[in-house]
Design a protein around this ligand. Structure first.
Ligand SMILES: Cc1cc2nc3c(=O)[nH]c(=O)nc-3n(C[C@H](O)[C@H](O)[C@H](O)COP(=O)(O)OP(=O)(O)OC[C@H]3O[C@@H](n4cnc5c(N)ncnc54)[C@H](O)[C@@H]3O)c2cc1C
Length: 460
C-alpha cells in the first residue's frame, strides 16, 4: 500500500534538515511508524543547477531550484557549517530552553559525525585570543562551536542518511504540497494529482516555502508576524587576510555597532578558501558563499557576508518585500549579482571589467561590475563601509582597494508562525519547524527543531 490508500502516522512536508531529522528520529526510535516525506524538489543525485559559467552564465529560474529544493533542502550544497550556539542561527531556545537546544544541536552533530563527518573538525571560540583582539577594537565575537563539514562532506553525510532512511520512510519527490486540510482526526495533504491522509503533520518548508507557508497560515487561520530582513554584501578577499581568524575559529561571527547610526552590522557565513555563489529565492537572484573541506577544491579567497538588520515598526509590515525590492534593483542593473571593488566604492566610481581584470585577486563568481551605491540604501551602505574599516583593524587589508563586494546579499526571514513551546500550531498535531517556522535560520537549529518535534510526537 502506498500513496493515497495509505493512512500515515506522520506526514512531513519538506526534506531539508528539519524534515530529514524529524524522519530520522521518528523511525530510529519506532520502526513501526508509517512516515511519508513530501518534497518539492528532486532526490539528491538528481539535484542540479544548470549554471555552468559557459553556456548558462546566470540563473534561468528553473521550476524547482536545484540549489534550494530537493533532499537536503537549502543546506544540500551549503558549506555545512553546523553552529552549536544559542547566540545566533535562530530562537529555538526561546521555545524549548537553552540547555535542551544545545543538547539537541550536539545530538545532531553526533549523527553528522556518525554518517560521514568523523574526520571533520569542531572549532570553538572558548579561550580564543581573538575575542580580546575584537574587544580592543570595538568588535564583539559571539560564542559558538562550529562543525565545518564542507560542501563535499555535507553531501556525503546526506547521501548516507538517505541510504539509511529510504527503505524505512516513504519519500515522494517532485511532489509540492498545494494545500493542507484539517480533518476531524488528522490532516489531508493535496498535491497536484494526489491526496494523502495522516494523523500528524510536520511542516518544514524552509525559506523557499515561505510564500506558501503564508498562504497555509492564512487558510488555517494560524497567526503570524513578520518585521525583519537583513541586507548587505558579500565580501571577498585574499584568504591570507583572515587566516589568523579562520585557522583558529573557521567562522567568526563578529558584531559591530556603528558610530554614525548606532546600527548593528555583523559578519555572517564565513567561507575560508571558498567561493561566492548565486542564490535564487522565488526568482530573485542574490549572493551567498560556500567552501569545500577537500583542499583540492579550495580557492585562494575567503568570503563572508556583512549584514545590517532592518526591523520595521507599524504601519509597515512587508520587510521581505523591502529586501526583495533592493535585490530586484541590483538584478535590474546587473542582470543578476553585481560586484564592486571597495576602492571604487569609496572613490564613488563604478567598477569596470578592465579594472577588475587588472586586480591581483581572481573573483570566484562571474558578476556584473557595477556601482553598489545605486542599489543599497545609504544608511546600510554607510554601515557596511564603517564595519569594513573596523574589521581592517583586526585583519589589516580588509579595507584594501581590491576587496570585492558582491551585492546584494539578503537574508529573508520567514514570518514567525505562532507556535506553542512544542512547536505545535493552534491546531493539534500540526507542527511547523525549521526556517519555515521563522524560529530557526540555520542548519543546526532547523535540524534540532526536527529532532525536538519527533521526540514530542513519540512521547505522545
Ligand atoms: C548557499 C547556502 C549556504 C548555506 N550555508 C549554511 C551554513 O553553512 N550553515 C548554516 O547553518 N546554514 C546555512 N544555510 C542555511 C541553511 O541551509 C538553512 O537554514 C536550512 O537548510 C534550513 O533547513 P529547513 O529544513 O528548515 O529548510 P530547507 O533546507 O529550506 O528545506 C525545505 C525543503 O522544503 C521543500 N518545500 C518547500 N515548499 C514545499 C511544498 N509546498 N511541498 C513540498 N516541499 C516543499 C523545499 O524544496 C526544501 O527542500 C545556507 C543556505 C544556502 C542557500
Amino acid at each position: 500500500m502506498k500513496g493515497k490508500d495509505m493512512k500515515y502516522d506522520v506526514m512531513i512536508i519538506g526534506a531539508g534538515p528539519g524534515g530529514i531529522f524529524s524522519a530520522y528520529e521518528l523511525i530510529n526510535q519506532d520502526s513501526s511508524l508509517k512516515i511519508a516525506v513530501f518534497e518539492y524538489g528532486n532526490p539528491l543525485e538528481k539535484r542540479h543547477c544548470p549554471i555552468d559559467g559557459d553556456k548558462i552564465k546566470s540563473c534561468i529560474n528553473c521550476k524547482s531550484c536545484g540549489i534550494m529544493n530537493g533532499f537536503g533542502g537549502a543546506g544540500a550544497f551549503s558549506d555545512g557549517k553546523y553552529n552549536i550556539t544559542n547566540e545566533f542561527g535562530g530562537t529555538l531556545h526561546e521555545y524549548i530552553g537553552k540547555k535542551k537546544a544545545i543538547e539537541l544541536m550536539n545530538y545532531v552533530d553526533g549523527i553528522n559525525v556518525k554518517y560521514g563527518g568523523s574526520k571533520t573538525k569542531l572549532y570553538s571560540t572558548t579561550n580564543s585570543d581573538i575575542k580580546r583582539l575584537c574587544l580592543q577594537n570595538n568588535l564583539h565575537l559571539l560564542d559558538a562551536s562550529v562543525r565545518h563539514l564542507g560542501t563535499d562532506i555535507n553531501y556525503e553525510v546526506l547521501e548516507n542518511i538517505y541510504a539509511y532512511l529510504k527503505d524505512k520512510v516513504e519519500f515522494h519527490f517532485a511532489t509540492p504540497i498545494k494545500k493542507i486540510e484539517k480533518l476531524e482526526k488528522g490532516y489531508k495533504l493535496y498535491s497536484k494529482d494526489d491526496e494523502f491522509c495522516g494523523d500528524k503533520c510536520i511542516v518544514s518548508v524552509g525559506r523557499s516555502g515561505s510564500k506558501w507557508m503564508e498562504e497555509i497560515c492564512k487558510d488555517l487561520k494560524i497567526p503570524t508576524k513578520s518585521n525583519r530582513v537583513d541586507i548587505g554584501v558579500r565580501v571577498e578577499l585574499p584568504a591570507e587576510i583572515f587566516k589568523h581568524l579562520t585557522d583558529e575559529l573557521y567562522e567568526s561571527k563578529i558584531v559591530y555597532r556603528t558610530e554614525k547610526y548606532q546600527d548593528l552590522v555583523r559578519t555572517f557565513c564565513m567561507n575560508p578558501k571558498g567561493a561566492v555563489v548565486n542564490e535564487n529565492t522565488n526568482g530573485i537572484v542574490t549572493v551567498n558563499g560556500h567552501s569545500y573541506e577537500d583542499p583540492a577544491l579550495q580557492t585562494e579567497n575567503t568570503n563572508f557576508a556583512l549584514l545590517v538588520s532592518k526591523h520595521f515598526t507599524e504601519p509597515f509590515k512587508d520587510s521581505n518585500g523591502y529586501g526583495e525590492s533592493i535585490a530586484r534593483l541590483s538584478n535590474m542593473l546587473g542582470g543578476g549579482v553585481m560586484v564592486q571593488r571597495f576602492g571604487d566604492l569609496i572613490r564613488g566610481q563604478r567598477s569596470s571589467a578592465g579594472r577588475l581584470n587588472k586586480s591581483f585577486m581572481t573573483p570566484t563568481l562571474t558578476a556584473t561590475p557595477g556601482d553598489l551605491s545605486l542599489v543599497i540604501p545609504k544608511r546600510i551602505l554607510d554601515d557596511i563601509i564603517e564595519m569594513i574599516y573596523a574589521l581592517d583593524k583586526i585583519a589589516p587589508g580588509t579595507a584594501g582597494d581590491e576587496t570585492l563586494l558582491y551585492g546584494v546579499e539578503v537574508k529573508f526571514y520567514n514570518m514567525e508562525v505562532e507556535l506553542d513551546n512544542n512547536l505545535e500550531t493552534l491546531h493539534k498535531d500540526l507542527y511547523v519547524i525549521g526556517d519555515g517556522s521563522g524560529v530557526t535560520h540555520s542548519l543546526s537549529h532547523a535540524s534540532a527543531s526536527g529532532v525536538f518535534v519527533a521526540r514530542h510526537i513519540l512521547g505522545k
